[in-house]
Design a protein around this ligand. Structure first.
Ligand code: FAD
Ligand code: NAD
Length: 444
């Protein structure tokens, strides 16, 4: 069987590795980029010089796949697909046009940053952060003494992380978001406000509930400032991080899409064309919290959906179990993790929920270097099943705990059942009456 994979980042790699564990599958991989397997999560850590090099931000090389018998073509853009003829058409790095045929096609074409649709958005000195090359460009800007004031548009995950990085590089940072807090898509205000305070304490100037309406430049076409619905600011650099959109030009009219343009897939990763599968940021995903189709752009999801699609392509029927969009962030040592839905997100989805909050020290009371941990568990009012959790602490051992809530959401565990769940106790890690159990026990 001939399988073509378009896109060789996290979803494409996971799919290829899975397919190549089967015999008799001829795998050909295409990507227009010069590299593969870039972990974008390293960008801000490197730009902020918390690490010095980028080499370890790539975990796979073309040779790895060639050694397993795959054909891999980087710097090769797939321009179109003839779904009826089972053919793809590409331009390779030498500029030559070519075609290749498939029995099954896996689209792993990912996502691209949303471009703010405002005047001046093509000026020099306006950047996005998606590709490694874009991270390098921002890093070069940070090295310029002339770049003193940096405006970051969007205080989601990328924006908050790059705001910290720019401040660590000695820049004055102005962080803008249309929402009233940072990280508003992931956390309720009671949590996000702690992050806002953390950012302010480190000198970041916050402009929330404020929309950029125009960028303006100097006589050389270089960015020199921005206008918002509230004021005008002089800045030397703009970094746009207002979210991703599914990258789906190859689906055209042929493949069914979701309301945001992502390729609609079922739990097997199959699209509306039985010979075409899709995985990762270009496709929809099943949400265990919503119990419905949604769109969540995360590397963790890309890996899982890539594996599921590839098993089904190879002939092993495997139903994906969906995701909860579990995520985490650490800014100046302050960690926040969340999974499923916040109260706000549940309400937007039309779900009636209750929540329970608790805050206590992480470790046994006699332990040194102890820190507070706070938690919110969100559960459906009627069924009492857990649909979300948020945690925050200066201690990063909360990270593993959120995965337990992800599993609880996936498996439909109620808040009452969770309250009685066996959680180990040992003072280096937690307390006998730990904050997670206490939150659940105090649920209405
Ligand atoms: C700065 C940053 C930090 C992030 N941090 C995290 C994190 O901490 N945790 C997390 O889970 N996620 C994180 N993400 C999100 C994560 O990187 C994405 O969800 C993930 O990359 C999606 O993987 P993918 O393989 O589906 O798509 P992509 O990574 O978008 O890859 C798609 C690939 O397809 C190729 N392609 C597209 N169209 C064509 C075509 N026509 N022809 C040939 N090739 C094509 C592209 O060149 C690209 O290599 C971060 C993202 C960024 C930018
Ligand atoms: N730690 C992590 O897990 C991590 C890190 C980086 C990125 N990612 C993922 O990568 C994807 C892209 O990240 P992102 O930070 O670009 O998106 P995001 O969805 O995390 O944040 C986008 C932010 O931009 C704001 N926004 C939207 N339109 C705006 C406008 N016109 N003006 C001002 N603000 C506006 C939103 O309110 C939101 O806070 C997300 O899916 C994210 O989860 C994850």
């Amino acid at each position: 069987m001939k399988v073509i994979i378009i896109g060789t980042n996290h979803a494409g790699i996971a799919a290829a590795n899975t397919l190549l564990s089967y015999p008799n599958i001829e795998v050909t991989m295409f990507d227009r980029n010069t590299n593969m397997s870039f972990l974008g999560c390293g960008t801000a850590i490197w730009v902020g010089r918390q690490v010095e090099t980028t080499d370890a931000m790539f975990y796979a090389k073309p040779e790895d796949f060639e050694a397993k018998g795959a054909k891999i073509m980087l710097e090769t853009s797939v321009n179109s697909v003839d779904y009826a003829a089972h053919k793809i058409y590409f331009t390779d790095k030498a500029g030559n046009e070519g075609e290749a045929d498939y029995d099954k096609l896996i689209l792993a074409t990912g996502s691209r940053p949303i471009i703010p649709n405002i005047p001046g958005n093509d000026l020099d000195g306006i950047h996005f952060l998606k590709l490694f090359q874009e991270g390098q460009a921002v890093d070069q800007e940070m090295a310029k003494a002339s770049v003193k004031r940096v405006a970051v548009i969007g205080a989601g995950y990328i924006g908050t992380e790059i705001a910290e990085a720019a401040q660590r590089r000695g820049k004055e940072v102005l962080l803008f978001d249309a929402a009233e807090t940072s990280l508003a898509s992931y956390y309720d205000p009671e949590f996000a406000k702690n992050m806002d305070e953390n950012l302010v304490n480190h000198g970041i100037e916050l402009h929330f509930g404020e929309l950029a309406t125009a960028f303006f430049g100097d006589e050389n076409g270089r960015i020199s400032g921005l206008k918002t619905d509230k004021a005008t600011y002089q800045v030397d650099l703009i970094i746009n991080c207002i979210g991703f959109t599914a990258n789906n030009p190859l689906g055209g009219e042929h493949l069914k899409t979701w309301k945001n343009g992502a390729i609609l897939i079922d739990k097997h990763g199959q699209t509306s064309d039985p010979d075409v599968y899709a995985a990762g940021d270009c496709a929809t995903i099943y949400s265990g919290a919503l119990r419905d189709t949604t769109y969540i752009a995360l590397a963790s999801n890309a890996v899982r959906t890539g594996i599921v699609a590839a098993h089904n392509v190879a002939g092993t029927s495997l139903e994906g179990i969906g995701v909860q969009g579990s995520n985490g962030i650490q800014i100046y040592g302050y960690s926040m993790v969340s999974t499923g839905l916040s109260v706000k997100a549940a309400e937007v989805a039309g779900m009636e929920v209750l929540y329970t909050d608790y805050e206590d020290y992480q470790l046994g009371g006699f332990m040194p270097d102890n820190e507070l941990a706070k938690i919110r568990i969100v559960y459906e009012k009627e069924s009492r099943r857990i649909v979300g959790a948020q945690m925050a602490s200066k201690m990063n051992i909360i990270g593993g705990n959120i995965n337990m809530f992800s599993l609880a959401i996936q498996e439909g565990v109620t808040i009452d059942k969770f309250a009685l769940t066996d959680l180990f106790f040992m003072p280096h890690f937690n307390q006998p009456y730990n904050y997670m159990t206490m939150a659940a026990l105090s649920a209405k």
